[in-house]
Design a protein around this ligand. Sequence first.
Ligand code: GLN
Length: 308
Amino acid sequence: MIQYQEILNDIYNEIQPFINEGKVANYIPALAKVDPDQFAMSLTLFDGRSFHVGCSDNKFSIQSISKVFTFTRALDIYSTELYNKVGKEPSGDPFNSLIQLEHEYGIPRNPFINAGAIVVTDALLTKYKNIDNTFDNILGFIRDISDDQTIDFDKEVWFSEYKHGFRNAALANLMKSFNNIDNNVDDVLKTYFKHCSITMSTKELSRATLFLANHGVDPINQKQYITPQQAKRINAVMLTCGHYDASGEFAFHVGLPGKSGVGGGIIAVVPKVMSLAVFSPRLNSWGNSLVGTKALELFTTKSGFSIF
Ligand code: GLN
């Protein structure tokens, strides 16, 4: 019998020397206001038992973790047609880079860099017609998989990002010039920033991502959200692209499909066993939670769970 709580408690102690390392994202001014020294880690098992350490009820901005949920929705709607607009290869570039896009005719490498997620949001906007309907669908999906109808977004973070989202506007406009954005650029960006500013705790995130660990089916209530094949694909893209140009590093040190966000959160999936979420706002140079990555590395080392 694995002593999950003991493992989490040990991790909590072992990450303490690193808790002041790294920098909080400040290119979104509202994000720079968070308490930088927070730490939380949660895991949820298929039978519904969950284990937590640190401030696991504190909500934070999920940021790019939302890209997993929008990709899931878009795959469900468009299936493999989606790959005409966005690829599935690692980019080897930072999450907000413009360089490849020019060379590659406005087709982003994958759905987990900003350009790719903006294209996915555009595809959802085409289906759901306007900002409110589209966002309601994304939020509704996240509420369903979390089994929690209270999950919401942070208006201050949303507006702050909209006001300062110059690089994302550049990405969207460049893709529009290649005809890879179908809707009004401002509508796409507003919807994208809105889903990035959804707030969740590690407790909620580790519950919400269980379907990815179980072939697309929520193991607690048996709801099927996507096909087993799609779940396999999402996990594959998380493993190869979930941490941008540090995806290799993450696979090397942690060995699980995962996705980070600049809010300091990371989700990770142990296929057929559990889902994990960590939160610590200070980031490493790639824009991934520094302590969060260390905590997940410690977890796979101590528990022996890894896909390799
Ligand atoms: N909303 C953020 C942005 O567009 C998401 C980036 C991230 O979490 N890596 O810049």
